[in-house]
Design a protein. Structure first.
Length: 530
């Protein structure tokens, strides 16, 4: 049911919990729902509006939950359905919505659908997956490659055909040309929406449909294109236009609920036109991740250009989503800021003052960067075993740091965490809560600022000036001025400065109208007309 009230995510903040790594409630070294439930007070204190949980469904863990073996269950490592429902109920009591991860592109090869497809090739479940006979000389049917750089096709001797897997061999791709697959997922959506789940982040949202004729992917002409993959453009193995009808159907279903449910897409593209298409005419996804922003250089002209182009392209009535870290890529303090605290703080202020929805990855609020791991500590089959992998995802998935010592409050000190824990002094919740000038308190102040001023409407953004090292913009009554350089920068402002990324500027802010910006300082002022 559609209402005139603004949806909670418009201008809101979503906090992404990689559940295995957030907090361990039963002392087995793996984060779970029990531990997460205990830390809901922290999220309410921080000031977020919603929690997005990485996959909670049962899985053999060859891709840590993104290989789903049961879409309606809960992984026993995390708890059970009672634990999930208790988490949702307690979150609601803290005014927090709960968003789950949905993986519609593929299943685990241990899912009942695939097991039946293999055991009974004449059953309708066989049609749930993408099968092909291959070429006359016994090669795979086309040149598609999976996430490891190997052929995306594996021969199944029992069936006597190849099956498609755009990721690992253990993750067979679903066949979205099959009507029954559509019906299954509409039922899955209803099941979780009826249990009070506020929405879904949709994994590989751009990839569901494959070319019906299985045509070869063409060679790439631009390796920076996010649709390029091991020298090929994924023009036929993913990125097909038929996917938009799926999201129109799902959006209509989501709008039947009060309040409407959220559809947030992992839209892996840096093509603005293709990104904007996922909104449709405000009848498809409500939010679509902006990876052009993710991978922009952390320089004033590059960031300003991406933001300007993003806000020009977002369709009327839709909103943007801003994020700079996630479980698949290097964290922004490392990728953008070389783990230099002044740059990390500057990035957080810029990220949190852009108009739209903000998504924080756990630890962003602490300035947590990537963790260097030895080869024998890596756990991720998707990247740890791939020669020349561009990024080892385990480095961005290490456990949350709650306390200064021991296992840092993630798990009991005599337990073994599933991944090694960061050891940097001062980068933990307790230490930063006690330090009013910490990155954590800066983040909390920014989220309070987002609630105080309306940052929901992309049309409220105005570019004021930009050059090689400086970027200033307005969002409604807020003025944001950034010096992204190692030298001070003169900056005259009108209005009251209410926040600075520089902790040494945090006292007496109201009197800084004519003071220069320090290196890597971003300040926020309230317009004098307010």
């Amino acid at each position: 049911m559609v209402t005139d009230e603004k949806p909670w995510w418009v201008g809101g903040t979503i906090y992404h919990i990689y559940l295995r790594s957030w907090v361990d409630g039963n002392d087995d070294g793996v984060g779970d729902l029990y531990g997460a439930r205990e830390q809901l007070d922290y999220l309410a204190w921080l000031g977020v509006d919603a929690v997005w949980l990485s996959p909670t469904t049962p899985s053999p863990n060859t891709d840590w939950g993104y290989d789903v073996s049961d879409y309606l269950g809960v992984h026993p490592e995390f708890g059970d359905r009672v634990a999930l429902e208790a988490f949702v109920s307690d979150a609601r009591a803290h005014d927090l919505a709960v968003v789950l991860d949905l993986v519609p592109n593929h299943t685990s090869d241990q899912h009942a659908w695939f097991l039946e497809a293999v055991e009974h090739p004449d059953s309708n479940k066989h049609e749930y997956y993408v099968w092909a006979s291959g070429t006359k000389d016994g090669h795979p049917p086309n040149n598609w490659v999976d996430a490891t750089g190997s052929s995306a096709w594996t021969w199944h001797s029992t069936v006597g055909k190849y099956y498609l897997h755009n990721f690992l061999q253990s993750q067979p791709d679903l066949n979205w040309w099959c009507d029954e697959v559509h019906a299954e997922f509409e039922s899955i959506l209803r099941f979780w929406f009826d249990l009070g789940i506020a929405g879904f982040r949709i994994d590989v949202a751009h990839g569901l449909y494959k070319d019906f004729d299985l045509r070869d992917d063409p060679p790439t002409t631009d390796p920076r294109d996010l649709s390029s993959h091991f020298g090929l453009v994924e023009a036929f193995s993913k990125n097909r236009p038929e996917v938009h009808q799926v999201y129109r159907t799902w959006r209509a279903l989501a709008e039947q609920y009060d309040p409407p449910r959220l559809l947030l897409g992992e839209t892996w593209t840096n093509d603005f036109d293709r990104w904007a298409d996922f909104f449709g005419s405000n009848d498809e996804l409500q939010l679509a991740f902006n990876f052009r922003f993710f991978f922009a250089p952390f320089r004033a002209p590059a960031l300003a250009e991406v933001v300007d182009e993003t806000l020009k392209r977002v369709p009327q009535g839709c909103t943007t989503v801003w994020s700079a870290s996630n479980h698949d890529v290097s964290r922004f303090p490392t990728r953008w800021c070389e783990n230099r605290p002044e740059r990390v703080r500057a990035a957080m202020v810029l990220l949190a003052t852009l108009p739209g929805t903000l998504v924080l990855y756990y630890g962003d609020e602490l300035g947590l960067g990537d963790v260097e791991l030895d080869s024998d500590e890596l756990r991720d089959p998707m990247t740890a075993g791939v020669t020349g992998a561009s990024f080892l995802r385990d480095r961005a998935r290490t456990p949350m740091v709650w306390e200064p010592d021991g296992n840092r409050g993630f798990t009991r000190d005599d337990a073994t965490p599933w991944l090694p824990i960061r050891r940097d002094p001062g980068i933990d919740v307790r230490s930063q809560q006690e330090n009013l000038f910490s990155h954590l308190h800066l983040t909390r102040s920014l989220l309070a600022l987002r609630r105080r001023f309306d940052l929901s409407d992309p049309r409220n953004y105005r570019l004021l000036s930009v050059d090689d090292t400086h970027w200033s913009f307005a969002v409604g009554d807020l003025l944001v001025m950034a010096n992204l350089s190692d030298e001070p920068r003169d900056q005259a402002t009108s209005g009251e400065i209410v926040l600075s990324s520089n902790p040494r500027s945090s006292l007496g802010l109201g009197g800084r109208d004519s003071e220069p910006l320090a290196p890597w300082e971003v300040v926020v002022a309230v317009s004098a007309r307010t």
